[in-house]
Design a protein around this ligand. Structure first.
Ligand code: ASP
Ligand code: MG
Length: 460
């Protein structure tokens, strides 16, 4: 099984974490001896990108000393970690490289600060330093541990447009570069080590994919190299069946579909942003979330189709502190154009609505952003009667199985027995159902549902 293994900022935060990375990669390869070696993608060490962003801000404010000071501090941190990972001439070489890169950057930062301007291209060049440095260090650490690894400059592989800080990959060009630069290394038995988040235009100008973009890099490389699995190594076990702040002991979701993951992300499950792994899922490559501190835990697998069998839900989600707005047509019937006028009001005040339910004469919507609520209400009152109810919550049950097994909905409603439901709505996709209820009831509701579907006695 050929794999991409991506390690996030906390998974490479120091020498100890990087050593865990080496052991995890070594085990993956040892367990799959007939496969090609894994391709490793790393983020910047934790907090480094934040500090580089801050450097750019200071430079734009002409605070050259403060800005260059940060680069100096970052160099010191990297040299220290390098020294505890690598020895002898290899350490000299690595440290000389880090010194050269950071010192050159320091010179650039000084120039930008003198000019009081950091262009979008300059900001990307600045932020790229984090992944360039971490990937060089991890590659050297592998070799120190006797693993034949090769540092690969991602800027020569990931080809993007020139939209700085939100660059869009050119998949065709990147596939060619992957075949020309990365594949020969794995074919020769080397572990390629690459920085995530960064790329370059076809002309070689450094770009970045946007904050948190290393997952995206891993998915792009995975799709272009057509690997069998993409592993996203992070500092949590995977996706959980519910938010642990609401349900005391949620369990790990072993496998879910890309669409289920997107529904859950909408409700704030933030292990990874599903859209960033789309290039992989679109090619049917499974993406597995794993914990680099507890590599023995199976993690969560995201696939195009999910499990879609069995007779249970995939996960629960909730959103607290929402407001329900009931809007009744003043003419006591759904006049032609009523819905259009109604949603135009929300559009005008840039307020997204979450759940929408309709009856013959009225529409109910929920919003969680009440900043413009007074304006919205007064505009709606031009053509409708309006009432609102604050301190409500949305509870969402998610599962591809909801499409095929109507008993799941019945079980959910039965388990909520006694809790007043204000609204109920099934998504068009039919993979989720939302209940709107009083915020005061949300903990009770979530726990009842969780016991029913994921508790010890769930019998699912
Ligand atoms: N280092 C980048 C960031 O912090 C990219 C990433 O970690 O995914 O946003
Ligand atoms: Mg990160």
């Amino acid at each position: 099984m050929n794999v991409i293994m991506k390690f996030g900022g906390t998974s490479v935060q120091d020498a100890e974490a990087m050593t865990r990375v080496i052991n995890i990669v070594r085990k993956q390869w040892a367990d799959n001896p007939t496969s090609r070696p894994p391709v490793v993608v790393v983020s910047a060490m934790s907090k480094v990108t934040d500090r580089l962003v801050e450097t750019g801000r200071l430079a734009a404010e002409r605070k050259g000393n403060d800005a260059t000071q940060i680069i100096g501090d970052l160099l010191t941190r990297h040299l220290g970690v390098a020294a505890s990972l690598v020895q002898g001439p290899a350490l000299d070489e690595l440290q000389a490289q880090l010194r050269a890169d950071f010192t050159a950057l320091q010179g650039d930062v000084r120039k930008w600060a003198d000019a009081g301007e950091v262009t979008p291209a300059a900001a990307d060049a600045l932020q790229a330093m984090g992944e360039l440095a971490s990937s060089r260090m991890v590659a050297a650490a592998f070799r120190q541990q006797g693993v034949d690894a090769a540092w690969v400059d991602s800027r020569q592989v990931l080809v993007t447009d020139a939209e700085h800080s939100a660059a869009v990959p050119d998949i065709e060009a990147t596939t060619e570069r992957c075949q020309a630069i990365v594949a020969p290394k794995t074919a020769a038995g080397q572990v390629p080590v690459m920085g995530g988040f960064i790329g370059a235009t076809a002309d070689g100008v450094t770009t970045t994919l946007g904050r948190g973009g290393s997952d995206y890099s891993a998915a792009i490389f995975g799709a272009c190299l057509d690997v069998d699995e993409i592993q996203i190594w992070t500092d949590v076990d995977g996706m959980l069946t519910a938010d642990p702040r609401v349900v005391p002991s949620p369990v790990l979701v072993p496998e879910l579909s890309f669409d289920e993951a997107s529904e859950l992300a909408y409700f704030g499950a933030k292990v990874l942003h599903p859209s960033t792994i789309l290039p992989a899922v679109a090619k049917n490559i499974p993406v597995r979330i794993l914990n680099s501190r507890r590599p023995e835990v199976k993690g969560t697998m995201i696939t195009a189709r999910g499990r879609g069998d069995g007779h249970t839900l995939t996960a629960l989600a909730c959103k607290r502190g929402v407001t329900v707005i009931d809007i009744t047509s003043s003419r006591m019937l759904m006049a032609f154009g009523f819905l259009r006028r109604l949603f135009e009001v929300f559009e005008r005040f840039k307020t997204p609505v979450d759940v929408v339910t309709t009856s013959e004469v009225s529409v109910s919507v929920t919003v969680d952003n009440t900043r413009r609520l007074d304006d919205i209400i007064s505009n709606l009152r031009n053509f409708a009667e309006v009432s609102t109810e604050a301190d409500m919550a949305i509870v969402c049950i998610v599962g591809e199985n909801l499409r095929s097994d109507p008993a799941l909905f019945a079980r959910a409603v039965t388990s909520l027995n006694g809790i007043p439901l204000r609204l109920v709505s099934q998504a068009a996709s039919r993979r989720n159902i939302t209940f709107v209820l009083k915020d005061a009831d949300v903990v009770d509701a979530m726990n009842k549902l969780h016991d029913q579907f994921f508790g010890v006695k769930a019998g699912a």
